[in-house]
Design a protein around this ligand. Structure first.
Ligand SMILES: *[C@@H]1O[C@H](CO)[C@@H](O)[C@H](O)[C@H]1NC(C)=O
Ligand SMILES: *[C@@H]1O[C@H](CO)[C@@H](O)[C@H](O)[C@H]1NC(C)=O
Ligand SMILES: *[C@@H]1O[C@H](CO)[C@@H](O)[C@H](O)[C@H]1NC(C)=O
Ligand SMILES: *[C@@H]1O[C@H](CO)[C@@H](O)[C@H](O)[C@H]1NC(C)=O
Length: 962
């Protein structure tokens, strides 16, 4: 229960600083109520199982898995791997669900409009948010921006799911989702007018009968009014209800929300939540039809294995390095083609001076090969290169937690980007490894002319130190080798480009000292590798049984050691024992140590903010130093994992802060940190793995986040907006809050795409310790729809050099004006089918048009295994018509055609030659129909069924649908 004190405090602080969330289905909860997270997860699992059932059936395989509330990610992943005959990834499936849920949760934190939550009968704007959001998911998928697609999808799901909790759709006795919400071309009818009274007082606490009988009888749609601050509402209107809603104390008292089982209409919570799951599945199906199965699998995270991402300097002296990048990538591609270890995506960013980019991102290995083949080293100029600009493009373009490799032999010119690169590393949790050639003649190219070549001059250490710093912050390495030995060092790329790579342990010491480190190897691990980088550190490795091997022994009892440049890579014997290992290192200069392996057991974490009412939402900035904080931790790939410790470990020292763990179900945890430390840290997880197949005791395991995180003494927040229009300036306000008074902060704002950004150069926090700023962001007018852009707003305290940021991701989208789905018109059906169906075939001819829309982009079959042929003709009135001709065996009696237009509106067209149905629907259209599906009998020979009733009966059937 929430205490009164919370509200009083909030009202005292004023609504503008930290408003609590609008009420909605809870984000995380401890009772059996269904949360937004569980609703979204259930919809993902059920839709995915449904897709895999279709695939299995189409391939003649058995699929016996029942699609119900008992599905788990592991069960679905196994069944789907079987259906697709390839191992689909569990960890990234979990990740996709979490990413979508996180963005779903953010709506409660950041978006308070009535439309976002279907409060106050704001149906039209709510529907607009949903349909625009779905359009944005589709353009993002088209451009391959899956994280953005999930972000938009999460926001859509939130609003859509809230409809079922906040409106009276369920109370009206509806048995299917309100499809009109995802179909902009359908009229929104039967909405209560502004003067229509909808509710009466609850009887004491009992609100089970507070909706007026007229409203129920006439199936009028309404939703509850809600306000945190004011108690007024239009006369006779229903309230949301509950503790935070001040309108519910006013007549008619009480409310109608079904947010959880203790809500005013909590007796309908389960039903509303189940309906919300079905509605979410309907959106997923629409997206699937618009984008195709392969893209849909990627959206669901099931097709991501690993990414190969290169950022390559292309100046004159780099030709050997480019050759080596080619060799190693071709060898990875060719040796893994068709296996589960084949990279799923390739990223390439060239840079020199003054140019960098473009970013090539593709799933097509051959296209990547062509792109890297076309790189040639040329020019050189006399200046360092645009390395960080290139890296920034790669960080923004790569999926989260990618391994990115940078090839260069020169210092970075664009040093001013260092803090932005660091922010992007923290945000994306991607790892950056630098392959620096000729570092001992690490040149600034302006010296080249003076010294007649690429040698001479010892390196300014600061140049290399920049790369080392960024590598260490990200959990990567700065490998310094000669051009002649680069081909040995690229083994690290082959090591990292595998799926299921996990980090067990990692430390950086600068300056170096003699120290002993321990780490635990567990039975789920394979291919364990230890990397030591630094100027000739001396080390010895000890196995749990006390066997040791010195770092100078290339082939020993514990493994084989490769030494190249400043790198030593130890590949442990595959018979490597489980238990506690020790490494003892001695070095006077800086070094880094990293232990990785392959395992399905890993973890994800996010700092979250606790909201009033017990919900959580992810933070988009650094946590407050010295204050408490909460981590949301999700363990993937282990159905029988016990988490014992979650620690913040000092990145370059031995301090540790211990978190208090609270389980939220089997694999999710909330971890309270009492005090965010002053120092940068990594997150370490320890626990026990239970192996149910053997009788052995549980074994210890540990994992660590490769990327460093840090706190700040101030924070920046901004209202996110998920889409911007090309060519139109977008104005955004942000707020800086510090616990100190006064002080001037330097502000920087930039995008990863060099879009134009204007911002104040500094802000003064004043005596109240806060300040507001405004940023104007403009995407060039020729930016393609679906392009992703990340805006980072950074603030730095020039005195302490403490800094914080907020990173916002936008999708650039031209205003969608085409909201109409392709239309299907059946021209003829010839079906003269004998009882013995295999002896004959039937055929269907249809005309598909997109009316005034953007035009049909593709037609495919989503049901039926006959053959489809398409042709384009121009009709008499000048519209483009796609003629689809379908021919199938009489044994295959159903067909569903899917037509998608250029903005992703989907029209489907279902035809069956099964024995005629007798149900005839009343003609006309009823948008608030309790039944979502109607069967119309046509001419006694076939039936056409479609989801929301727009019926015309006749020989020619024309309908909008999808
Ligand atoms: C959700 O869909 C399933 C499958 O179509 C159906 O059995 C179930 O009754 C639906 N649930 C609700 C609450 O409409
Ligand atoms: C590390 O361990 C070795 C062997 O157990 C021991 O001799 C040495 O003193 C330890 N060094 C440090 C710095 O603790
Ligand atoms: C990783 O280990 C597995 C099994 O232990 C082995 O088959 C595979 O070749 C190894 N992969 C690499 C990249 O070494
Ligand atoms: C691996 O272990 C075996 C058996 O302990 C040993 O003979 C061998 O030298 C070790 N090293 C390598 C690189 O195989």
């Amino acid at each position: 229960m929430v205490s009164l004190v919370v509200v009083a405090l909030f009202l005292l602080q004023g609504a503008l600083l930290q408003p609590p969330q609008a009420a909605a289905f809870k984000i995380y909860t401890t009772d059996e109520s269904l949360t937004h997270h569980r609703i979204t997860e259930a919809a993902f699992l059920r839709k995915m199982a449904d897709v895999c059932r279709n695939v299995a059936t189409a391939r003649g395989k058995d699929f016996t898995l029942p699609i119900n509330s008992k599905l788990t990610a592991t069960i679905v992943q196994k069944a789907c791997s079987n259906a697709f005959s390839s191992l689909l990834k569990l960890s990234t499936f979990n990740l996709a669900i979490i990413q979508t849920s996180i963005s779903n949760a953010a709506v409660d934190r950041k978006q308070f409009s009535t439309a976002h939550h279907f409060d106050d009968e704001d149906f039209k704007n709510g529907r607009d948010l949903i349909t625009k959001g779905i359009a944005s998911v589709k353009v993002s998928i088209k451009k391959g921006n899956y994280l953005s697609a999930r972000t938009s999808l999460g926001a859509v799901c939130h609003t859509l799911q809230d409809f079922y909790s906040h409106s009276n759709w369920v109370e009206l006795g509806s048995t299917a989702p309100f499809s009109t919400l995802i179909k902009p071309e359908l009229p929104l009818n039967n909405i209560a007018g502004p003067n229509t009274k909808t509710c009466r007082n609850c009887v004491g606490e009992d609100c089970s009968d507070n909706i007026l009988p007229d409203v129920l009888q006439q199936k009028t749609l309404t939703s509850g009014y809600f306000s945190l601050i004011f108690s007024s509402k239009p006369a006779g209107k229903c309230s949301h209800g509950g503790f935070f809603d001040r309108t519910s104390s006013r007549e008619p008292t009480g409310g109608i929300n079904k947010d959880d089982i203790s809500s005013d209409h909590g007796f309908l919570h389960k039903r509303a939540a189940e309906m919300a799951i079905n509605a979410t599945m309907e959106v997923l199906q629409d997206i699937r039809l618009a984008t195709g199965d392969q893209a849909f699998l990627r959206l669901m995270g099931l097709r991501q294995t690993s990414v190969l991402a290169f950022v390559i300097d292309t100046t004159g002296s780099m030709s050997d390095d480019i050759e080596e990048a080619k060799r190693v990538s071709f060898s990875i591609i060719d040796s893994r083609r068709g296996t589960s270890e084949e990279p799923s995506e390739y990223i390439l960013v060239p840079f020199n001076d003054p140019d960098f980019g473009p970013l090539t991102r593709t799933e097509d290995a051959d296209l990547f090969k062509r792109s890297i083949n076309s790189l040639s080293a040329s020019g050189g100029g006399d200046l360092p290169e645009m390395c960080l600009s290139g890296l920034l493009l790669a960080l923004a373009g790569a999926p989260q937690s990618s391994d990115i490799f940078v090839f260069t032999d020169a210092a970075a010119k664009d040093l001013e980007l260092k803090s932005t690169v660091q922010v992007m590393i923290e945000r994306t949790k991607s790892t950056v490894t630098f392959l620096l050639t000729s570092p001992f003649s690490f040149r600034r190219r302006r010296d080249v002319s003076q010294s007649q070549g690429f040698t001479s001059r010892s390196i300014p250490l600061s140049d290399i130190q920049l790369y080392r710093d960024l590598a260490h912050v990200s959990g990567g390495q700065a490998i310094e080798v000669t051009k002649a030995t680069l081909s040995l060092a690229t083994a690290v790329i082959t090591d990292a480009s595998t799926s299921a790579l996990v980090t067990l342990f990692q430390v950086v010491r600068n300056p170096g000292i003699a120290e002993n480190f321990t780490f635990v190897l567990d039975p789920s691990l394979s291919n364990v590798t230890v990397y030591v980088t630094g100027d000739s550190p001396v080390f010895t490795l000890y196995s749990p049984t006390g066997v040791s091997q010195s770092g100078s022994v290339a082939d020993g009892p514990l493994g084989s050691i490769l030494t190249v440049g400043n790198l030593k890579r130890v590949k442990l014997n595959s018979t490597g024992q489980t238990g506690e290992w020790k490494i003892s290192i001695d070095s006077t200069s800086s070094y880094s140590l990293k232990v990785t392996g392959q395992s399905s057991v890993n973890f994800l974490f996010n700092f979250v903010e606790r909201l009033e009412g017990g919900d959580f939402t992810p933070k988009a900035n650094r946590p407050f130093t010295g204050r408490n904080a909460t981590l949301f931790v999700s363990v993937t790939g282990g159905d029988s994992v016990t988490v014992t410790d979650v620690l913040l470990v000092e990145a370059s020292g031995s301090n540790v802060v211990n978190g208090t763990i609270k389980a939220l179900g089997a694999t999710d945890f909330l971890v309270n940190i009492d005090r965010i430390p002053e120092w940068p840290f990594v997150v370490q997880l320890k626990g026990l793995l239970n192996d149910s197949t053997t009788r052995s005791l549980p074994s210890r395991f540990q994992r660590q986040s490769p990327t460093q995180q840090q706190g700040s003494r101030f924070t920046i927040t901004a209202q996110p907006n998920s889409t911007i229009e090309p060519g139109t300036p977008f104005v955004l306000n942000f707020t800086l809050v510090t616990n100190a008074t006064g002080g001037s902060y330097t502000i920087r704002a930039r995008t990863d795409r060099s879009f134009s950004v204007s911002f104040p150069s500094s802000l003064n926090a004043g005596t109240e310790g806060s300040a507001q700023g405004t940023i104007t962001l403009t995407a060039p007018s020729n930016t393609e729809s679906g392009t992703d852009v990340t805006l980072t707003i950074e603030a730095e305290d020039p005195e302490s050099s403490d800094s914080n940021y907020v990173a916002l991701r936008f999708t650039v989208m031209t205003k969608v004006t085409d909201f109409s789905s392709p239309v299907c018109q059946i021209v003829s059906i010839k079906a003269d089918c004998p009882v013995e169906c295999s002896r004959a075939s039937w055929e269907l001819s249809t005309n598909l048009t997109d009316g005034n829309g953007t035009g049909i982009a593709g037609v495919s079959l989503s049901r039926g295994n006959g053959s489809l042929s398409l042709s384009n003709v121009m009709s008499a009135d000048g519209t483009n018509v796609t003629v689809a001709f379908y021919n199938a065996s009489c044994c295959s009696q159903e067909v569903e055609l899917v037509a998608v237009d250029r903005v992703g509106n989907v029209g489907t067209c279902f035809t069956s030659i099964k024995s005629p149905s007798t149900t005839v629907s009343p003609s006309g259209s009823t948008t608030v129909s309790p039944s979502g599906s109607t069967t119309v009998s046509l001419n006694g020979s076939y039936s056409v069924s479609f989801s929301m009733c727009v019926a015309l009966v006749g020989l020619l059937v024309s309908f909008l649908y999808g």
